[in-house]
Design a protein around this ligand. Structure first.
Ligand code: ATP
Length: 624
């Protein structure tokens, strides 16, 4: 049996990208900001040059002092130079830092845009905490590599080449000696560089583990407490934190080796040049002045080599992060128009992107079907034609040729033993998953031919565990219908029997309901979920009935509401109560992924032994 630790570790395998892909991915993030980065680098350069001019101005000042000339002009010039130099350098630094933040913002926007559009199967294979840490933590590692590192690499390279040219002009043999030492030590550094990338990646994975674990613990906080699991979970999360520390230290160790190698390379070059250069002076191949000049220039190598090592180190850290970001970017998203695997993220998470997707204003995308009697919009019909489905290739089929027909109104109850595949019917109607065979029609149209946003806009879905989101009651109610008016909200509150609760609450609709609605009772949460679905004005209401939670009074009241809704809207209920099934116009009995009977309660009690048994033993509440 796999422990939670091993399962979690399995879910976050180390990702390695080939070098070419790493470059391409990093370049994609850098490209939109290249102009600004170049500008920032240019200002930084101008600032440095201005600083170099300062000694010249100071020299002029001293000369003028000696010649008893007025120094006011030079003094003003020098001050202006200092102020200007500082200001330009600061501006360059600001532009670079701003570009770096913009890279992070763009990466986050793009990831948020993609991850909120993940297809459900892709989402189910990941850990929310891990995905969150890719958006929050990994993206920050792009800062340096897409801005500072590029400038360091460019300036370092130019500096290195210029210095090497100067050295070449002085003595080619000594240049050969210098290059020999640099290449040997540079080679050693190149070998240890991937260690930095690996350690950084493991550290990021450990950070992701912390998020995943915390998300798990906070998401079931009452269970955590009731199970007395505080200490165990603390240990596990602390272990992940220690792993992050260990890998951070590991990376620091290799970075420190890389840095000290730069000093070592220059020192060894110095000694080698001194030794061999001395011999060449003795043999008369070069003069002493050349040797001294060569040695002095050798120290100029320090700066560009430093910059190159800095860039390489930042690249290693960035490549660790980009691998994790690319992996998240590759998760399968869905195109909300076609429902096909999506290539991109419309608007890349821009504020307001996709705001037109769900909501009460579903009119234009939902074909209006009229019943021809009173002009009122009818509910949507639902047909399953020989539907086969499995959740994953490696899992057994859940549906084996499920067929049923539901007309465009009335209430249909789905009953059957646990695991029969009832909730799966809803997931397939919502097109959270694709059928493996057969087809599903909503309003006579294959769900694959519907725009997914239009299809979902026509549906109100009340899940079995009635999820309530952190935020206010109002936010929860309008979550599926952002355009709902106060009057519509008030009407739905009455229908869902929430009006008295809202009156009781100190801040009414603006009362905060806590993480996952923790400040509401189970029954209240369920009614909030129902109200939310109703506010969407669905043509098809899918209700996965909770197995408990509603008290008798509210249950009867809601039963009436559902019956009323079922007059105009198609209502499908996964039923766990006798009171629900007796009210249903038709009951679909499912068993082991097949429909075994369809009929009314009275018909089925007489005709279907499984139904008779369920009715006698499993339905929770008697009544009807
Ligand atoms: N997301 C999923 N990934 C993999 N398997 C799943 C998933 N959801 C459900 N299953 C499996 O599919 C089968 C049918 O599940 P489903 O939720 O449709 O059953 P159900 O009839 O609604 O059961 P219950 O009455 O207990 O809610 C079960 O064996 C379940 O373990």
């Amino acid at each position: 049996m796999s422990t939670p630790e091993t399962t979690a570790a399995k879910d976050t395998p180390a990702v390695r990208l080939p070098a070419g892909e790493t470059w391409r991915a990093l370049y994609t993030h850098f490209r939109p900001h290249r102009g600004r980065v170049a500008l920032g680098a240019f200002f930084a350069l101008v600032g440095t040059v201005t600083a170099l001019l300062q000694p010249l101005a100071a020299k002029r000042l001293v000369e003028q002092l000696g010649e008893d000339e007025s120094i006011t002009g030079v003094l003003i010039g020098l001050t202006a130079l200092v102020v200007l130099g500082t200001a330009i350098e600061a501006l360059g630094g600001y532009i670079m830092a701003r570009s770096a933040e913009s890279v992070v913002l763009a990466a986050r926007r793009s990831l948020i845009g993609r991850l909120l559009r993940l297809r459900l199967p892709a989402m189910e294979r990941t850990q929310p905490g891990d995905l969150m840490s890719r958006i929050t933590s990994d993206t920050t590692l792009l800062r340096a590599v897409t801005t500072q590192a590029i400038v360091s690499a460019a300036t370092g390279l130019v500096g290195l080449v210029a210095t090497l040219v100067m050295l070449a002009l002085m003595d080619l043999t000594l240049l050969g000696v210098t290059l020999g030492v640099l290449v040997t030590i540079g080679g050693a550094v190149a070998v240890i560089m991937p260690q930095i990338s690996r350690a950084t990646q493991r550290s990021q994975e450990a950070v992701a583990q912390i998020s995943t674990r915390l998300e798990r613990a906070f998401g079931a906080f009452r269970t955590l407490k009731a199970s007395g699991a505080e200490e165990r979970e603390t240990k596990i999360i602390a272990a992940a934190a220690e792993e992050a520390w260990r890998q951070g230290v590991h990376a620091a160790k290799w970075e420190s080796v890389a840095w000290s190698s730069v000093g070592l390379a220059v020192q060894v070059s110095f000694l080698a040049v001194l030794g061999i250069g001395g011999a060449r002076v003795a043999s008369g191949a070069i003069d002493v002045a050349t040797l001294i000049a060569f040695l002095l220039f050798l120290f100029y190598l320090f700066e560009p080599v430093n910059k190159l090592v800095e860039a390489a180190t930042q690249y290693q850290e960035g490549s660790a992060a980009i691998a994790r970001i690319v992996e998240a970017e590759r998760l399968e998203t869905e195109d909300l128009e076609t429902g096909e695997p999506g290539a991109g993220e419309p608007g890349a998470g821009e504020p307001g992107a996709g705001a037109d997707v769900p909501g009460a204003a579903a009119g234009p995308v939902v074909p209006a079907v009229r019943d021809g009697r009173d002009g009122a919009e009818r509910g949507a019909s639902v047909t399953f034609e020989n539907v086969g489905f499995r959740y994953r290739e490696d899992l057994p089929p859940v549906h084996h040729g499920v067929s049923f027909e539901v007309p465009g109104a009335g209430m249909t109850a789905f009953v059957g033993p646990s695991g029969a595949g009832k909730t799966t019917v809803f997931g397939l109607i919502e097109r959270f998953y694709e059928v493996t065979s057969g087809r599903i029609l909503v309003d006579g149209r294959d769900v694959r031919d519907w725009p997914v946003n239009g299809l979902r806009a026509a549906i109100g879905y009340v899940e079995q565990d009635s999820p309530v989101l952190a935020g206010t009651l109002r936010e929860n109610l309008v979550f599926a219908a952002p355009g709902a008016t106060d009057e519509e909200i008030a009407a739905v509150l009455v229908r869902a029997r929430l009006d008295t609760l809202v009156e009781r609450l100190p801040e009414g609709l603006d009362t905060v309901v806590g993480h996952r609605g923790s400040q509401l009772s189970g029954g209240e949460r369920q009614r909030v979920a129902i109200a939310r679905a109703l506010l969407r004005k669905p043509r098809l209401l899918l209700m996965d009935e909770a197995t408990s939670q509603l008290d008798a009074v509210n249950e009867l009241a809601l039963r009436d509401v559902v019956a009323e809704i079922a007059r105009e809207v198609t209502v499908l209920v996964v039923a766990h109560r006798l009171s629900t099934v007796t009210l249903a116009d038709r009951i679909v009995v499912m068993d082991a992924g097949r429909v075994r009977a369809v009929g009314t309660h009275a018909e089925l009690v007489a005709a279907d032994p499984l139904y008779g048994e369920l009715a006698a033993t499993q339905f929770l509440a008697a009544g009807g």
